[in-house]
Ligand binder design. Structure first.
Ligand SMILES: Nc1ncnc2c1ncn2[C@@H]1O[C@H](COP(=O)(O)OP(=O)(O)OP(=O)(O)O)[C@@H](O)[C@H]1O
Length: 206
């Protein structure tokens, strides 16, 4: 997939919640294959920034643009995967059916469900109701969702929480592959991320 000309940019953006300005004057640019780690203290607005990029929250000021020659008119919301704190799995559906449902809902098919589960080493549990998975397994099943639907921008909110060291390495491999294919990523994190290099945006810094 050639995504060399894709570019995500935020220009002097601000977001308010409940009448309070959470952050303002935030700008960044990300090109194909690049990742930005968003750091800052609790409450500094990391999740808020990711949600604003996903178009889940309105901007109080500034603009966010995503240029993608492959999808000129597509709204940015259709170009992102939002990997948030919640796993978004339906507990009574099997792990495999959860992924199949997500692929059907979100479109732009990526890997078949079973192959995505192999990537996160969960294929042996594919017919188990998702509600029975452990916290780390749920996180891995949620990671597999990034693979069954192709989206150029991964928005990752504390992506390594609940992952053991092996799962963290698997996640690092998937993220490296996504970036190598020209994908982009924005990750809110308190912990070092398992990727070779990335830029950092510190929120709440004077
Ligand atoms: N719906 C809301 N209404 C008003 N304020 C909110 C709302 N949701 C979040 N906030 C506030 O927005 C601020 C930023 O929250 P956010 O979750 O983005 O922080 P964060 O940097 O991701 O924090 P953490 O490191 O704890 O995950 C916090 O002060 C929070 O209380």
């Amino acid at each position: 997939m050639n995504r060399r000309q894709t570019r995500l940019s935020a220009d002097t953006i601000a977001v308010s919640r409940g009448g309070r300005t959470i952050f303002e004057q935030v700008s960044f640019t990300l090109g194909a294959g690049e990742m930005l780690a968003v750091t800052g203290a609790n409450g500094s607005g990391k999740s808020t920034l990711l949600r604003a990029v996903a178009s889940l929250l309105p901007l109080a000021a500034g603009t966010i643009r995503f240029e993608d020659p492959a999808r000129e008119d597509a709204p940015i919301a259709e170009s992102v995967h939002y990997f948030g704190h919640l796993d978004g799995l339906k507990p009574s559906l099997s792990v495999r059916d959860n992924l199949a449902l997500w692929a059907k809902f979100a479109g732009r098919a990526g890997l078949p469900a079973i192959e995505a589960l192999e990537q996160v080493e969960l294929d042996h549990l594919d017919d188990l109701p998702a509600g029975y998975l452990s916290a780390g397994q749920k996180r891995r099943a949620s990671l597999a969702r990034l693979l069954v639907v192709q989206r150029p921008i991964w928005l990752l909110d504390e992506p390594t929480s609940a992952l053991d060291s092996r799962s963290e390495a698997i996640f690092g491999g998937l993220l490296a592959e996504h970036l190598a294919e020209g994908g982009l990523a924005l990750a809110a994190t308190h912990r070092p991320l398992p990727v070779e290099s990335h830029a950092t945006l510190a929120l709440g810094a004077a």
